[in-house]
Every structure is written in structure tokens, then in C-alpha cells.
Design a binder for this molecule. Structure first.
Ligand code: CIR
Length: 254
């Protein structure tokens, strides 16, 4: 996918108290910061210009900036995050979104929507109905995007925190899918790479201008992607994994 910019937020010290169901223990802040710097360098090495926002200590999860806005070439949508402790994050992303997008829409109460639940493949959007994104939020999103020519489908999630925890596109015809999303009828038309259950976290990967970025230590998945001829780069994500955060969550790309 072709992108020029990425918005990222530097993690504050409070990140170690971020929401999690992973059961992997608390992250080490210094290590997490190094992993974030490596993430930023990797995006730059793929040709992106970074817009770095400062840490927001009052919002431990605010480095997972993807959840607060969904953007495309037509417009931006400021979300209303599903977790109460994250709801205020949008306000702090709004200024940079308003500066960079001509049309900016919003998700309103009682709707909730996290950017991690939004998967775009070409002119199609798939929206995860999850613990964080409710039907009201998804319906508002659908209306906004249909007006600018996208089709929008809803997918009920049972296990994954977000839709993109379990499925991502390598390009406009290939998806990487894990867990409950394997065999999903929504993706029949795509070439499918099945992520082994022991490597499920690796399903959250990114295509930045032709390079597939994936987390380290998922050797079977790496091999499958390389066998298809993709150029890959791996990044250490252990400290973000402890917070249920993946590669896509750490930036808003456009
Ligand atoms: C949360 O539970 O909200 C954060 N600890 C992780 C958010 C991950 N975001 C994403 O997958 N888009």
C-alpha cells in the first residue's frame, strides 16, 4: 500500500499500566521505548515521513494511536474509542487530523469504534464488531464511507480484541488470517495465508510501500510470506505484545 506519512505517538511512562488481557506481564518501559524508536526508523526506511506526537501520560494506551482515527484519501474519521480509559485520546489527535484532512467526520455517542477494528482493502472496508466497536459506531462509519464510494461489511468477533488482531492485507488480493477469522466467508475472494495458531500475534503486520513489516520470532509465518516473494522486515514487538498492541496500532498511515 502506498503511503507518504505516518502519525505516531511516543509512549509515556504510564504505558506500563495500559489495558491488557495478554497475561504476559508488565512491559519494561526502556525496552518498549527502544522498540518504538525501531518501529519509527523502520517506517522511515520504507519512505514515510513521520509526524511524532508527544507522550500523553494521562492516557496510558495513547501510543496505540491507530485506534483514535481512521483515514483514507477522501476523508478522516475521528473515532470514539470503546474503552472508557481511552475515550479522551481522540481529542488529542484531532488537531493534527484537522490540519491534514479537508473532510473530518466523527463517531458520536452512543457509537463506539476503535481504528483497530477497521480493515481497508482497496475500496472495501471490513469493520469488526468487538468489545470496543459497537453496532451504532459501525453503522455511523458505514454511512460516512458509503457516501464516498466504499463498501462496508461488518464482522462479529468472539475472541480477538480487534479485527486487525486477526486479519490484515498483504496487498489488495492477499490476506493473512488467524484464529476465528480462518474460513471467514467475507474473504473468499482473496488469496489467503493462514497464520499458525502458535504465531497468531504475527497476523497484525503492515505493508508499507511494498515492504511487509512483521514482528520478530514468527518463523513459520515469515517463511510463508517470503515464499510468496514479498520483501520483509522484522521488528521486535515483545513489550507491545504484552499490552495487546500490534504493528498497525502504533501509527495512522496515509
Ligand atoms: C488496548 O487494549 O486498547 C491497548 N492496550 C492495545 C490497543 C491495540 N490497538 C490496536 O490493535 N489497534
Amino acid at each position: 500500500m502506498d503511503f507518504k506519512f505516518a502519525i505516531v505517538r511516543i509512549p509515556g511512562r504510564s504505558v506500563i499500566n495500559g489495558l491488557t488481557e495478554a497475561g504476559l506481564g508488565k512491559p519494561n518501559y526502556e525496552k518498549l521505548l527502544r522498540q518504538h524508536q525501531e518501529y519509527c526508523k523502520t517506517l522511515e526506511s520504507c519512505g514515510l515521513q513521520l509526524i511524532q506526537l508527544p507522550p500523553l501520560e494521562m492516557f496510558p494506551d495513547s501510543c496505540f494511536v491507530e485506534d483514535s482515527a481512521v483515514v483514507n484519501k477522501e476523508l478522516a474519521v475521528l473515532t470514539r474509542p470503546g474503552a472508557l480509559s481511552r475515550r479522551g485520546e481522540t481529542e488529542y489527535v484531532a488537531p493534527i487530523i484537522n490540519k491534514n484532512f479537508k473532510i473530518v467526520k466523527k463517531i458520536y455517542s452512543p457509537g463506539t469504534l476503535d481504528g483497530g477494528d477497521i480493515l481497508q482493502i482497496g475500496k472495501k472496508y471490513f469493520v469488526g464488531l468487538s468489545k470496543r466497536t459497537n453496532i451504532e459506531g459501525a453503522t455511523q462509519f458505514k454511512k460516512i464511507q458509503e457516501e464516498v464510494g466504499f463498501t462496508v461489511s461488518f464482522i462479529h468477533l468472539r475472541d480477538f480484541l480487534h479485527l486487525k488482531s486477526g486479519i490484515n492485507a498483504l496487498d489488495n488480493k492477499t490476506v493473512l488470517m488467524a484464529g476465528e477469522l480462518i474460513n471467514s466467508p467475507f474473504f473468499i475472494e482473496y488469496d489467503q495465508i493462514i497464520v499458525p495458531s502458535s504465531e497468531s500475534y504475527g497476523a497484525n503486520c503492515l505493508n508499507i510501500n511494498g515492504t511487509i513489516i512483521l514482528p520478530t520470532n514468527f518463523p513459520q509465518l515469515l517463511q510463508k510470506i517470503r515464499n510468496l516473494g514479498y520483501v520483509t522486515k522484522e521488528i521486535e514487538m515483545s513489550e507491545f505484545q504484552k499490552l495487546d498492541g500490534g504493528l498497525s496500532c502504533l501509527s495512522i498511515r496515509y
